[in-house]
Ligand binder design. Structure first.
Ligand code: CU
Length: 95
């Protein structure tokens, strides 16, 4: 499965959640609207919630259901996301 699908007006990243985030580092282009599709494929770890204060989302992740979050790309930098208890971490790099 292609991890990053890019066009001029949208970028989409697919993240598999299975005992962690794959990929755990997501690179996005500044200024192009972005979305991340999270799909949890097993019940390893405490990954049933993914959230980010910096990116402004919080989603429950039922197993084998794709959940899409919109990610702001107006500012460059690194922005973290994590599981509900902040044990498993990933990050978004906007540049
Ligand atoms: Cu956790």
């Amino acid at each position: 499965m292609e991890e990053l699908i890019m066009s001029e007006n949208k970028q989409t990243v697919n993240v598999t959640v299975a005992g962690g985030y794959e990929p755990s580092v997501i690179k996005l282009k500044k200024g192009i609207p972005a979305e991340i599709n999270f799909k949890r494929t097993n019940d390893q770890g405490c990954l049933d919630v993914v959230h980010s204060n910096e990116l402004g989302f919080s989603e429950k992740l039922p197993i084998n259901v794709t959940k899409t979050v919109q990610v702001p790309t107006d500012k460059s930098g690194e922005f973290g996301f994590s599981c509900g208890m902040d044990m498993f971490k990933g990050k978004v790099e906007v540049e």
